[in-house]
Write a protein that binds this ligand. Structure first.
Ligand code: SAH
Ligand code: SF4
Ligand code: F3S
Length: 449
């Protein structure tokens, strides 16, 4: 132990927030060691999400727990960072939650300075958004449970202004990180033994740094090492290009999986949501994916009960889900966010019980689509990147196939002189059974069926 004070960081929200927490730890590593036990911490940072009201409520509950911890240990410092910090600003300092520090997503470099303010008995706040900050020069301290797969932020912010969404307000203008620093980060991860990177942005398709667009960046990262898998998230359907699909098809190490949030199957709703595509052009993109990469995994996000959504709009969502045949989906009830276009101009008029019923119908349908999709894979052999031991024990391992499906398999330790599998290995697995959530099978080796 170095005797430094201890930092505990808790992260809510999207993958970008998890990537940001790794930047935060990096920025504070000269002053703090990290701990996984909040009870030991000298500084607690809560990296927060504002996407739905429920996400914020969870954080408020947690902050009440931390505030009572602080009553017992007055030396404890509590910082709130991320999207709620940006949205609520001074309000958070004025609350009775004993927060010392409020810092928005573009101001993390000022935390060490703000902490010295806090030590002099003041409160620290910086919620300035930036048009340039990408933290390109900060080497993230990896916090993930495995040493196999890592996130790389390739851009920040969003200016699509989907009418329901708070992100453009909490994350500011879209900006892309210099390609060379991304390629260098990927190369350094390979040297450390990582086997998979996920390139992150709110809309990776609009990445542009100088001459480099997203297909160009993907190609550069694919060329770093054939043993490195590359994933990316999220693709906005309005600009998923054929050029991107051909780079995906060309490089075996670019994973065959696309997360393409549709939000609604109704053109009227999509217009109101300001998504800039309609049902037909969305389905045309799905067909383009199927043509270019027939075995591509496709997942989506869906919102149930947006303002003015009728039963017919809802049925359109269900029918689009069937047509697209999603492998998986994240599904949400619409949650009005203060400050958004929708909150100002459209009444949140679908009754709660109707939202819930529609959401459940969407979830039930996706459950059966996922099961169908998984059943089609029984009997197939996939290359799996082993990530770790399965929680169920029994010496089983888990990993993902290129389509991003989780596959559980027996560790073939000792069998026929094979060495046991360890995380980071690529293993061929024959799928023998499935649920809606996972595939299960046996590792198989050359010359052995
Ligand atoms: N940039 C990504 C989405 C990021 S937010 C994209 O456009 O695809 C992740 C998901 O949260 C969204 O796709 C949407 O389905 C959901 N979401 C965003 N705002 C929401 C709100 N106000 N209520 C409910 N769900 C919301
Ligand atoms: Fe939100 Fe739309 Fe931006 Fe996605 S693209 S983060 S849904 S505003
Ligand atoms: Fe949430 Fe902010 Fe991500 S609102 S979804 S943490 S960009």
């Amino acid at each position: 132990m170095s005797g430094k004070p201890l930092l505990y960081i808790e992260t809510y929200g999207c993958q970008m927030n998890f990537a940001d927490s790794e930047i935060l730890v990096s920025l504070l590593q000269d002053q703090y060691d990290t701990t996984r036990e909040h009870a030991q911490a000298d500084l607690i940072l809560v990296n927060t999400c504002s996407i739905r009201e429920h996400a914020e409520q969870r954080v408020f509950n947690r902050l009440r727990e931390f505030a009572s911890l602080k009553r017992k240990r007055p030396g404890l410092r509590i910082g709130l960072v991320g999207c709620m910090a940006e949205r609520l600003k001074e309000e958070l300092l004025a609350s009775d939650l004993a927060i010392d520090l409020v810092v928005g997503p573009d101001a993390y470099r000022s935390i060490p300075r703000l902490l010295s303010l806090v030590e002099s008995g003041r409160k620290g706040i910086d919620v300035l958004l930036s048009e340039e900050e990408t933290y390109a020069d900060i080497l993230p301290v990896r916090l993930g449970d495995n040493r196999v797969s890592a996130y790389i932020s390739i851009m920040r912010g969003c200016q699509n202004y989907c009418s329901y969404c708070v992100v453009p307000y909490t994350r500011g203008k879209e900006r892309s990180r210099d390609a060379a620093t991304i390629v260098e980060e990927a190369a350094s991860l390979v040297r450390q033994g990582y086997r998979e990177v996920t390139l992150l942005g709110q809309n990776v398709n609009s990445y542009r740094a100088g001459e480099v667009d997203f297909p160009g960046l993907l190609e550069k990262v694919a060329l770093v090492s054939p043993s490195l898998r590359i994933r990316f998230s999220t693709s906005h359907p309005k600009d998923l290009s054929d050029k991107l699909l051909s780079v995906m098809a060309e490089y075996p190490n670019v994973c065959k999986a696309i997360h393409l949030p549709v939000q609604s199957g109704s053109t009227a709703m999509l217009k109101k949501m300001n998504r800039k595509y309609d049902r037909q052009s969305y389905m045309e993109r799905i067909e383009a994916i199927r043509r270019a990469i027939p075995d591509c995994g496709i997942s989506t996000d869906i919102i149930a009960g947006f303002c003015g959504e009728t039963e017919e709009d809802h049925r359109q969502t269900l029918s689009l889900m069937r047509e697209a045949g999603y492998d998986s989906a994240f599904m949400f009830k619409y949650s009005e966010r203060p400050g958004t276009f929708a909150s100002k101009h459209y009444p949140d008029d679908v009754p709660e019980e109707v939202k819930l019923r529609r959401l459940n119908e969407i979830i039930d349908l996706q459950q059966s689509l996922s099961l169908e999709s998984n059943r089609r894979d029984v009997g197939k052999v996939f290359e799996i990147l082993a990530e770790g031991k399965s929680k169920k024990g029994n010496d089983q391992y888990f990993g993902r196939n290129t389509q991003n499906k989780v596959v559980v398999f027996d560790n073939p330790a000792g069998e026929d002189g094979q060495r046991p599998v360890s995380p980071g290995d690529y293993v061929k697995v024959r799928v023998e059974s499935c649920t809606a959530a996972t595939l299960a099978g046996q590792a198989c080796f050359e010359g052995k069926a």
